[in-house]
Design a binder for this molecule. Structure first.
Ligand code: GUN
Ligand code: FE
Length: 330
């Protein structure tokens, strides 16, 4: 049976446009799909939300590190490279314990939903089982999600107790994870896998190349960090002799609907590459304040035609609300 809701709706159907649909009746199917919108009349409705309530479309968080939920709001006293080694990798390594992982997912996913985040783009950990369980938790709690098993194998950029053994292992585990998430009952239309090289400093060239090929072979989406901080940009310049975006592109990782997090240090040339390839940026303004040593020029990038979404970057960002990210973006 369809349900009817009477309420005022606020929405932004395209960039630059805000629509207010006052006193509107929404008809919703059993599957939760909107069947119709119409101005209210005298008809009886199932739920009248009243004059002082406004309904928004679901919010989309384009960048969340799910295993960092337990350290939200802590440990932000170090720059990115030290923060990863001191706090973040030790926490993520604990997700080898599947029961611990599930307990965190069952806290995180409902908390984000309660804040209005109906879609999230997640990094899991290097662990296949914990990452598949994250996708499962999204299905159970009814959150649309893109879920990536993190690949990281660089012997200098990662600790030996939290990394893939070698490029072959990194690519094979990423491939298994894509298949495992696609095979979950209820995943179709709700939860999708994402190929997730963590970022260039954590990955060998062979892994980056193998994951670009895996994206071609499986058609799965890609996400990674790109030009996040001055340290990261300089590192890539040093190792590959070009910008982070150029290097990722050379491995086939800047592609249609790829989600590149941060991108605070893009050059004009990089921006054109992202636009031409159809990649988008997860703009994480609060996290950028901690780690980037730069500001993402959102207005200039939007005007240039770059696709941009907002991200919390939990827990590099210390606030799980996308509405808070809106404030920081402004
Ligand atoms: N770069 C590589 N890994 C991470 C991470 O976990 N958080 C942030 N903010 N940046 C990263
Ligand atoms: Fe991040």
């Amino acid at each position: 049976m369809n349900q009817t809701i009477r309420v005022t709706i606020l929405q932004a159907p395209t960039a630059g446009v805000i629509e207010v649909l006052e006193d509107t009746v929404i008809e919703v199917s059993d599957q939760g799909m909107i069947e119709s919108l119409a101005p209210a009349t005298d008809q009886r409705v199932d739920l009248a939300l009243g004059q002082d309530v406004v309904l928004l479309p679901g919010l989309i968080d384009t960048h969340v590190h799910a295993p960092q939920w337990p350290q939200l709001g802590t440990g932000l006293d170090l720059p990115l490279d030290q923060w990863l080694l001191e706090y973040t990798f030790p926490l993520e390594a604990r997700f080898a314990d599947l029961a611990f992982a599930v307990s965190v997912w069952d806290s995180l996913v409902p908390a984000l939903l309660a804040g209005g985040t109906t879609t999230a783009v997640y990094y899991g950990s290097v662990h296949d089982a914990a990452t598949t369980a994250l996708a499962q938790a999204c299905i159970i709690h009814g959150q649309r999600a893109f879920v990536g098993r993190v690949a990281m194998d660089h012997p200098q950029g990662t600790p030996e107790w939290y990394r893939d053994a070698d490029p072959a292992a990194a690519v094979a585990a990423s491939h298994r994870s894509v298949e495992a998430i696609r095979a979950l009952p209820g995943a179709s239309g709700l939860v999708e896998p994402v190929i997730t090289p963590r970022f260039i400093p954590a990955c060998t060239d062979a892994t980056l190349e193998g994951l670009g090929e895996l994206a071609d072979a499986t058609g799965a989406l890609v996400q990674t960090h790109c030009a996040e901080s001055d340290w990261e940009s300089d590192y890539v310049l040093d190792r590959h002799g070009c910008t982070d975006a150029r290097s990722l592109e050379s491995f086939g990782l800047v592609r249609d609907h790829a989600v590149l997090a941060h991108a605070t240090h893009l050059t004009d040339d990089d921006r054109i590459t992202l636009i031409e390839r159809g990649a988008g940026v997860a703009h994480c303004p609060l996290s950028n304040s901690y780690f980037a040593n730069a500001v993402f020029p959102a207005r200039r990038n939007l005007d240039a035609g770059l696709r941009i979404g907002l991200g919390t970057d939990i827990a590099g960002g210390s606030e799980p609300s996308l509405l808070t990210q809106c404030e920081h973006a402004v």
